[in-house]
Ligand binder design. Structure first.
Ligand code: COA
Length: 181
């Protein structure tokens, strides 16, 4: 394939169409079903962390997507979270996922994130190899994490010194937000 690939962020003037496009691309590949509210939650709160790959000239037909969010983890460090990543089957093996991850990591850095985390099914060899190749490390195995009872690995990419210290030794931030990730 010789098409020129391009990348862009979520377009907030086309919310319904953008979310429908993401849903149609990722729904077949997710480890568990997501409600439409999850898409709205991530993409409306963090439009710059929803990044799409498309073929030049066809910006509304996505061939790859990555979606993420941010939280204060235990009120001590800012944690970026990768909620979903998928590349259309016929476009796989061309470095699209690698490019989406590296664009999103840059966006997380712009937000001041201390680390980036995600969960991946233990049996997802391609996904785990992809993230480990980008510097993520496995920190936990979570038994029966998914709806279908499969185990997950927690994968973490430290971005700052804070990410390397146990949370309990860091000074609290001023936010009252509670951890959900
Ligand atoms: C996993 C996925 C996103 C990879 O997308 P991709 O664009 O084909 O990935 P890339 O071409 O950027 O490959 C990057 C790295 O991923 C790994 N990888 C990709 N496909 C792989 C495969 N079939 N088997 C093993 N490793 C694989 C390799 O480490 C590869 O690096 P390399 O090319 O230097 O060997 C894609 O297969 C997909 O959408 N899968 C279904 C959804 C999913 O599993 N999402 C990830 C959840 S953790």
């Amino acid at each position: 394939m010789t098409e020129k690939l391009k990348f862009r962020c979520f377009d907030t003037s086309r919310v319904t169409e953008e979310i429908a496009n993401v849903h149609s691309l990722v729904s077949g590949d997710l480890s568990e079903p997501y409600t439409i509210a999850i898409y709205y939650y991530f993409m409306l709160n963090w439009p710059d962390l929803a990044i799409f790959a498309y073929v030049d000239g066809n910006p509304n037909e996505f061939v790859g997507v990555i979606v993420g969010g941010l939280r204060n983890h235990q009120q001590r460090k800012l944690r970026g979270y990768i909620a979903m990543l998928a590349v259309k089957e016929e476009f796989r093996g061309r470095g699209i996922a690698k490019q989406l991850i590296s664009e999103q990591i840059e966006a997380f850095k712009q937000h001041g994130a201390d680390e980036v985390v995600l969960e991946a099914e233990c049996k997802n060899k391609a996904g785990i190899s992809l993230y480990e190749g980008q510097g993520f490390i496995r920190t936990r195995r979570m038994s029966r994490y998914y709806f279908g009872m499969n185990d997950a690995f927690r994968l973490v990419l430290p971005l700052t010194e804070k990410a390397l210290k146990p949370t309990v030794f860091l000074n609290p931030t001023e936010t009252e937000e509670l951890e959900t990730y």
